[in-house]
Design a binder for this molecule. Sequence first.
Ligand code: SF4
Ligand code: SF4
Length: 163
Amino acid sequence: MVLPGIHRYQFFTNVKDRALTKNLNRLTMLGIAATLGVDIIKPLFKGLPQTIYCYECRACYATQDNCPVGISVQAELVVAARVSDYRRFIKNGGLKCVRCGNCSSFCVQNIQLQKVFGTMQLITIDAIKKGKVPKSVLVGAMEEGLVGRDFIDDVARQTEGQV
Ligand code: SF4
Ligand code: SF4
């Protein structure tokens, strides 16, 4: 019941009188479905199911000096792995991770980060071999020392003549 003099606003709920809102709702649902596709189905398909549980709290940044190769942005690597963002993974040092697992003890979700990074390294190297990563990114990574011993030959081969 609405009392006299009191206006009831139903901007979000009274959808049946608002054709435009219905379409907006459909658009929103499509957006949610697309986000789910990228955030859940893609990592499952790529063999990185653990990345789904990361809620980007960044507690793992407490790893600090405990990372032997000086990576301090583990959450960036996890998110890059979740959405298969090779460029972001390389630029944040993903290819120099030695998979020691020190950072995993700081993860509040108990994600085995060394396993995630190892899998993403293999996926990234495969993408590099298939030419899916711009050479400028690879050259920059080589120059900045962001490529670990295991992958130097593979990356250097792709950037031959430019490094
Ligand atoms: S697993 Fe990789 S990112 Fe984590 S501490 Fe070890 S080297 Fe650093
Ligand atoms: S601590 Fe774990 S859950 Fe939090 S951002 Fe880091 S990887 Fe993700």
